[in-house]
Design a protein around this ligand. Structure first.
Ligand code: ACO
Length: 405
């Protein structure tokens, strides 16, 4: 690793690295990825162990505070989060300003940014107490906001949080409950939801996390910085891939299903086409994404519990994966399924509409964004993020009066 800052101080030279292929933007002790091995650790704990032994709020405690909670710490943390699950009643009027057919990520970007107007007692990012309360508020209120965005889009009344339920069961009740009928969460589905949250909770310096860090480095408030992360996550090359992947599977299904995979793969490999195999490939993983393995396992469990073992979309996804993993194009480029390849199928089975998939991802990633923002702000050496550029424009020229141009 070369410390370019020293080189710059001595020589004035800087590096050119669009897309940050080979530039570390920070030091971090939160999440570790070994892309060649396909290994992912949160604060040193393998994701496989966290997914099996912990729930999402324990994972949040881990990411925010550096370690898993003991029983007393967990009780305290859960109680602090559940105290904040309600959102300011005025937010429903803010929501009312949106079209009902707006994309949930457009709505969520607005709502999260708007939180700084509703909770302006915690907007000083340099104040550790403000950051702590903002963190709890964001983690607690994201499920409420995502469920509100969904209920608004289908024209149903909002369901208020019920704090004796677990984080994930509460989210599902706010999504699928109605005032006429109490929602009975299914344990397998709740566990699957929780696993989706755990697997998406943090992933070191991806595009949205780097966006949160860059945005937060100006000293803006935590809600604004997280809203920037939500906006970045929306893109199909990032969090939007789960929605894009399910749409792709639906397209192949419409083309004729498994029999048409070869034709689709040929299109993907064509250098003149912009078609990508969504849910495949990763900047860091050059091996199977460990989250995708866990997600595929969850897929089996959920579809089994729902009696949907023969779900055509799941069969199509597995056949597509098999063909791609044996294809020279994908082998040569070390392209493997990423977490989004199977997460959409699980979410769809749970009953979450495709357009809400990325909002669910944002809900889960909020804790990672906050942990990374806290880490950056707490570092005494942190500076505003300010990349340099290689200027390729015109040399100095003189402005001519309008009549002479
Ligand atoms: N389908 C087909 N070809 C691909 C794919 C894909 N999904 N991903 C990469 N490639 C090819 C590229 O065309 C390139 O080929 P070339 O060397 O012949 O030009 C080669 O593999 C290397 O790809 P890059 O684009 O350089 O890889 P990069 O690290 O910049 O991009 C990314 C990673 C954005 C994830 C990319 O793999 C992609 O677009 N995947 C599909 C979208 C997706 O699933 N995103 C989710 C990522 S995980 C997450 O955010 C949670």
């Amino acid at each position: 690793v070369i410390d370019i800052r020293k080189l710059y101080a001595q020589t004035g030279k800087f590096t050119y690295d669009p897309g940050f292929l080979s530039t570390a933007s920070c030091q971090s002790s939160i999440t570790y990825i070994d892309g060649d091995k396909g290994e992912l650790l949160y604060r040193g704990y393998p994701i496989e162990q966290l997914a099996v032994n912990c729930d999402f709020l324990e994972t949040c405690h881990l990411l925010l505070n550096g370690d898993l909670p003991n029983a007393a710490e967990k009780k305290d943390f859960v109680s602090r989060v559940t105290k904040h699950t309600m959102v300011n009643e005025q937010m429903q009027f803010f929501m009312r300003g949106f079209r009902r057919d707006a994309h949930p990520m457009a709505v969520l970007t607005g709502l999260v940014g708007g939180m700084s107007a509703f909770y302006h007692d915690t907007t000083d990012v340099t104040n550790p107490q403000h950051r702590e309360i903002a963190a709890i508020r964001l983690i607690a209120k994201m499920p409420t906001l995502v469920a509100m965005a969904y209920k608004y889009s289908v024209g149903q009344p909002y369901i208020y949080p019920k704090n004796d339920l677990s984080y994930s069961a509460n989210f599902m009740r706010m999504m699928f409950g109605t005032p006429c009928e109490e929602y009975q969460p299914d344990d397998v589905l709740v566990r699957a939801m929780d696993r989706i949250f755990i697997l998406h909770a943090d992933h070191e310096q991806n595009a949205s996390t780097s966006t949160v860090r860059l945005c937060g480095s100006s000293g803006t408030n935590p809600y604004a910085a997280i809203a920037a992360g939500v906006a970045c996550l929306w893109g199909p090359a990032h969090g939007g891939a789960n929605e894009a992947c399910l749409n792709m599977l639906a397209d192949i299904q419409q083309m004729g299903g498994v029999a048409k995979i070869g034709e689709f793969i040929t299109k993907v490999k064509d250098k003149n086409s912009s078609v990508k195999l969504m849910g495949f490939g990763h900047r860091v993983y050059k091996n199977y994404d460990p989250r995708a393995k866990l997600m595929r396992e969850t897929c089996h469990e959920v579809l089994g519990a729902l009696g949907l073992e023969n779900d055509p979309m799941f069969k199509l996804a597995m056949a597509l994966e098999k063909i791609a993993l044996e294809d020279e194009y994908f082998v040569a480029r070390k392209l493997y399924p990423n977490v989004d390849f199977y997460s959409g199928i699980v979410q769809r089975a749970i009953g979450i509409p495709v357009s809400l998939f990325t909002a669910v991802f944002a809900l889960a990633r909020t804790v990672g964004w906050i942990a990374q923002l806290n880490e950056m702000i707490s570092d005494p050496e942190y500076k505003i993020g300010r990349p340099r550029q290689l200027f390729t424009g015109s040399a100095t020229r003189q402005v001519k009066p309008l009549a002479e141009r």
